[in-house]
Write a protein that binds this ligand. Structure first.
Ligand code: SAM
Length: 282
């Protein structure tokens, strides 16, 4: 791939090309070059990608591709990889990350074709760089399920994972999602990164219940990534955090149940939490 910046023909194969998440200036020189020299560009939405290709001065024909494309469509693309350079892009950011592509990558490799990646913008990683939360371990959760039960289950499943959590969300659903995250994870530190790389980029930080309250009053516009910090190590849980989690739990449960739930949520000894629950419950 080092030769990509010269005028040699692009070797046949599949090129996964990351594109900007809102600021065209983030299209890398290599991504632009790859799009200009590709024989075919696979896009989620041709109208969206047409604007990018115009910006990159690329004239390759486009074809729609997504993971729901039929097996026949995929076979046809894979056959073309034998003698064509095919670039896969998504509407924005890195293909395959909450976007189509993994089935195609797998099929291309199984058929013995070259698969290259042209890395670049990704909202999840960009949000992690803004959040100021631990980045040594993180769990990408994409979009949570829309149905309440499945969503609560997805959150419960990761409640004890010692990693920051990264989620994609839309403005109208943000407050509700922050609320269910607060219910399932307690008053953890979190960040809401919005409109990354665009004119109104912002990153608002706080504990989950406070963020939920803030956005319930004013649902934001634009594209959003939520980052939630890992559960605090037992020794790091402040009395304030414990009390806040307990007060919420005590509103719905007996002191004994509330203590069990909060102890699990915060990774604290049940005895300490129960003693505090009795004091708070008085
Ligand atoms: N493949 C993309 C990537 O690499 O980030 C993500 C595609 S996913 C379908 C779209 C979601 O990514 C949006 O709903 C939003 O949660 C997030 N997103 C994309 N662009 C963003 C931006 N500029 N600022 C904040 N979040 C963004």
């Amino acid at each position: 791939m080092a030769h990509l910046m010269n005028d040699e023909p692009l070797p046949a194969g599949l090129y996964i090309v990351a594109t900007p998440i809102g600021n065209l200036g983030d299209l890398s020189p290599r991504a632009g070059e790859t799009l200009r020299r590709a024989d075919l560009v696979l896009a989620e939405d041709k109208r969206v990608t047409a604007k990018l290709l115009a910006h990159a001065e690329a004239r390759a024909p486009m074809r729609v591709y997504h993971d729901h494309s039929s097996g026949e469509d995929r076979k046809r693309i894979v056959a073309e990889l034998a003698d064509k350079a095919v670039a896969l892009v998504s509407d924005a950011g890195t293909p395959l990350i909450s976007d189509p592509g993994y089935k195609l990558v797998r099929a291309a490799r199984e058929a013995g074709h070259a698969v290259h990646t042209v890395p670049g913008p990704c909202a999840a990683v960009a949000a992690l760089t803004l959040a100021g939360l631990p980045t040594d371990r993180f769990l990408f959760m994409g979009f949570l399920p829309a149905k309440a039960k499945a969503r609560a289950e997805a959150i419960a499943e990761v409640a004890t994972v010692r990693a920051s959590l990264v989620l994609y969300e839309s403005g109208p659903r943000l407050a509700e999602t922050l609320e269910v995250l607060a219910d399932g994870l307690g008053p953890r530190d979190a960040a809401v990164a919005r409109e990354i790389s665009k004119l109104y980029e912002e990153c608002v930080t706080g504990i989950l219940p406070d963020l939920a309250g803030r956005y319930a009053e004013a649902p934001p516009k634009g594209e959003i990534v939520i980052v939630v910090g890992p559960p605090p190590a037992a020794a790091e849980t402040s009395d304030e955090q414990l009390d806040q989690a307990l007060d919420e739990a005590l509103a719905a449960m007996t002191p004994s149940r509330a203590a069990a739930a909060v102890a699990e949520q915060l990774g604290l000894p049940r005895k300490r939490v129960y003693a505090r629950a009795l004091e708070r419950g008085r």
